[in-house]
Ligand binder design. Structure first.
Ligand code: FES
Ligand SMILES: [Fe+2]
Length: 324
């Protein structure tokens, strides 16, 4: 079945969700791209109509990486013996059998549904609905972050399980310690947080009784999209990309609508990201030391009321079957 392939770098993920796997600008033109995402070796390429295609990067013939091959007639061609595979994963040509030769029905690679939107490449991780791909859910997004905003982004690779990386962005009480020299300077040590869970949304605010942060909140659109309202016209956003069980890629975007002139708007966002990178690396330094690598709802950590957002996230993962 599509989307069921597992590898030795196995990740237990919540299924039947869209996951960001790349930024669109990372796609090369005219050749296939091989990447590991969601614990899977993947090959991406564009077919003859320019539509992005994705399949397992393992040739069903004898296991070579299809991404080392080339794109011919909209198919990806294996570099080893020249077998070609279309966007549905079907083999269309076996040179050694001749152009009209038989193609065994088992000669297939696993295809994945992918989409391009908001500057990201998204992969559907789960079963194909019985109603066909038209029945797949809409891509997740925060509707308030719309075309009025200009963003700049950067990628950061963490040697961490994605659960640890996500949890760090739901944690408020680390601010006065991890970020004592930056964004945590004014944040008091004594803190309570308020957590609201609505479906896939986990929203966290400071309890105003302990800190008045004037509209600041963070929200996880589980499992992997996160945003932080910094002011009326500024958002920070992170797309967490589970690479394998010990690696996660973070795409951090700074969205603002106060400078939107072409070029200048991007530059303003880019400038802010120099600071954001510094903040993120303060987080990274500590998160990479956390053991065990993957978190679970039941794991023996001693959690407190201020860890409520993290407990809610772990509940969400467990309910979705990603806690094993
Ligand atoms: S291993 Fe791919 S064609 Fe033989
Ligand atoms: Fe932080």
């Amino acid at each position: 079945m599509p989307g069921t392939e597992r590898t030795s770098t196995d990740l237990k993920l919540v299924r039947d969700r869209w996951y960001v796997i790349l930024e669109t600008h990372e796609l090369p033109s005219g050749r296939p791209l091989g990447v590991t995402r969601l614990g899977l070796p993947l090959v991406l390429w564009r077919d003859s109509a320019g539509v992005l295609r994705c399949a397992s990067d393992r040739c069903p013939h004898r296991g070579a990486a299809l991404s080392l091959g080339r794109v011919v007639d909209g198919c990806v061609e294996c570099p080893f013996h020249g077998f070609r595979f279309d966007g549905a994963g079907a083999c269309t040509r076996i040179p050694a059998n001749g152009t009209e030769g038989p193609i065994p029905s088992a000669m297939r690679t696993t295809a994945f549904e992918v989409r391009e939107a908001k500057g990201f490449v998204w992969l559907w991780y789960g079963e194909r609905p019985s109603g066909g791909i038209q029945a797949l859910p809409e891509l997740p997004w925060f509707p308030e972050i719309d075309d009025r905003y200009v963003y700049a982004s950067f990628a950061d690779d963490w040697d961490a399980h994605y659960t640890r990386a996500v949890e760090n962005q739901l944690d408020f009480t680390h601010l006065p310690f991890v970020h004592a020299t930056s964004i945590g300077k004014a944040v008091p040590h004594r803190l309570d947080v308020l957590t609201t869970v609505t479906g896939d949304h986990i929203r966290v605010t400071y309890d105003p009784a302990t800190y008045d942060a004037k509209g600041f909140f963070v929200e996880l659109l589980a499992p992997t999209l996160w945003r932080n309202r910094l002011s009326a016209n500024v958002w920070a956003m992170i797309a967490f990309v589970p690479v394998d069980a010990t690696h996660t890629r973070l795409y951090l975007r700074f969205y603002q609508s106060y400078v939107t002139l072409p070029g200048l708007g991007w530059f303003a966002s880019w400038l802010s990201n120099q600071f954001n990178r510094h903040i993120l690396h303060q987080d990274k330094r500590v998160v990479l030391t956390q053991e065990p690598r993957q978190t679970h709802l039941q794991m023996g950590e001693v959690l407190l009321p201020s860890d409520r957002p993290i407990i809610e996230w772990r509940r969400w993962v467990k309910a979705g079957g990603g806690d094993e």
